[in-house]
Design a protein around this ligand. Structure first.
Ligand SMILES: C[S@@+](CC[C@H](N)C(=O)[O-])C[C@H]1O[C@@H](n2cnc3c(N)ncnc32)[C@H](O)[C@@H]1O
Ligand SMILES: [Zn+2]
Length: 419
């Protein structure tokens, strides 16, 4: 999109007077935006500044936004035509403005926030970046906005739902406002429910039971994906998760959704459960159909087995999509480029790997063993012919086709050799 910064200066003078709180200009990616001056809103260092300010802005989410730019660009190149994008919960508008400026082939962006002060700031930022012709700014409830884009001719190619907490309240309207083959991006920041600290809240919101396992972040992604799969199926839409990632504070999934009853049936076939033994670390996935007859004790040690789900058992990354994102990342000079490239390499390597991961220091603690390096464990398992790789979910995590029992045997072996 070609910004027209000079042509927009005139109107900006009036708009800056509407903004009645301390602000500053920051640079992120290829844009500059006016954001709340966070320091002015916190009384003590322990306060979470982004939510104290009159308009939400979180500088820590730069990595998250960089990745969104990469993924949207890869998606646009897949379509090879101009695309329309919506950010229904935008805060100061930085994400939508970045999409408009940094993603080639973006024809139109709708940036919306229910907060009037956010709306004013977004308008200012759109003008400051010369984007008035290609960006529409709205001040609506996100569901109302998405609902008004539900007619087939009005739907978006891509929607990035980035709320506080769970995205669940917006799933139906986002799916309905998405074109056939559209790209839906979801953030969830409610990690306490999703990781099993508040299981009832998770069941209520996502329709699946979480577990406080060492791989709870992957379960969180699968619970969110499962919730979307069930919602999309209601509208005869099948989903394909092409990318997902997690930091300590949030998860994001990137999904391509296509119409078709058969594709939607496939969503349901991809739903199931993960059974986990807290005593011996054994885990397995089972499809919905078999859960009723499944023994409730661990097959390895006989202890009580715990169940997570129903959740998404299908793929949570696509190798080709990740490769294209890596290629795209190399073309761009992001401030956080090194960290992003490292993360993308880890994710690309885990795209075809077994479901769930083992966390080496947790296993070693349970076995009262010193912790060897993760690389050493990967090498030992690979040497024995097991498909094994690292995971971006946890720096001490490994995915492996080996059973928990085998991994423990290998850990004991490594420690004995090094004694
Ligand atoms: C996490 S912030 C968005 C951050 C932004 N996407 C970014 O990348 O910086 C969530 C935003 O949703 C807005 N919001 C909350 N409820 C809303 C609703 N029902 N409709 C529209 N916006 C809403 C809040 O005002 C807030 O600005
Ligand atoms: Zn067991």
């Amino acid at each position: 999109m070609k910004p027209n910064v000079l042509g927009e200066k005139k109107n900006m003078k009036d708009e800056i007077f509407q903004i009645d709180f301390p602000t500053e200009i920051i640079h992120e990616g290829d844009v500059k935006v006016l954001v709340p001056e966070l320091e002015a809103f916190v009384k003590s260092p322990s306060e979470y500044a982004p939510s104290k300010a009159p308009v939400f802005y979180n500088p820590v989410m730069e990595l998250n936004r960089d990745i969104a730019v990469l993924a949207l660009q890869v998606y646009q190149r897949m379509l090879n035509r101009e695309i329309s994008v919506c950010e229904p919960l935008a805060g100061c508008g930085i994400r939508g403005v970045r999409f408009a400026v940094e993603v080639e082939g973006v024809e139109h962006v709708v940036i919306n926030d229910i907060n009037m002060k956010a709306f004013q700031l977004i308008n200012y930022n759109v003008r400051m970046n010369g984007l008035s012709k290609c960006v529409t700014v709205k001040n609506e409830d996100a569901n109302f906005l998405l609902g008004s884009y539900g007619a087939p001719s009005r739907r978006f190619d891509a929607i990035d739902v980035d709320p506080f907490g769970p995205p669940v309240p917006y799933l139906d309207s986002a799916v309905r406002a998405l074109r056939n083959g559209g790209f839906l991006i979801l953030t969830a920041t409610d990690m306490a429910p999703l990781c099993g600290v508040h299981p009832k809240a998770c069941i209520r919101k996502y329709g699946g039971k979480p577990l406080r396992t060492e791989y709870c972040h992957e379960l969180a992604v699968r619970l969110l994906a499962g919730s979307l799969a069930v919602t999309a199926a209601k509208y005869d839409m099948g989903i394909r998760i092409v990318f997902s990632h997690c930091t300590n504070h949030y998860i994001r999934i990137y999904v391509i959704a296509k119409y078709g009853a058969k594709k939607a049936d496939e969503n349901i076939r991809n739903m199931g459960y993960i059974l986990h033994c807290f005593k011996c670390f054994h885990r397995e996935s089972v499809s919905k159909i078999f859960i009723i007859n499944h023994p409730i004790n661990c097959g390895d040690c006989g202890s009580k087995i715990n169940v997570a789900g129903p959740l998404w058992l299908g793929k949570i990354f696509d190798k080709q999509f990740c490769k294209s994102m890596e290629k795209e990342a190399k073309r761009r000079a992001f401030k956080l480029g090194k960290r992003i490239r490292k993360m993308l390499t880890l994710i690309e390597n885990e795209t075809e790997a077994p479901i769930t991961y083992y966390v080496i220091d947790k296993l070693c603690k349970a076995l009262a063993l010193p912790t060897p390096s993760v690389k050493m464990v990967v090498a030992a398992l690979s040497q024995e012919g097991f498909q094994t790789c690292l995971t971006h979910f946890n720096s001490k995590g490994i995915r492996s086709s080996a059973s928990a029992m085998k991994i423990k045997e290998i850990l004991r072996g490594i420690v004995n050799v090094n004694r």
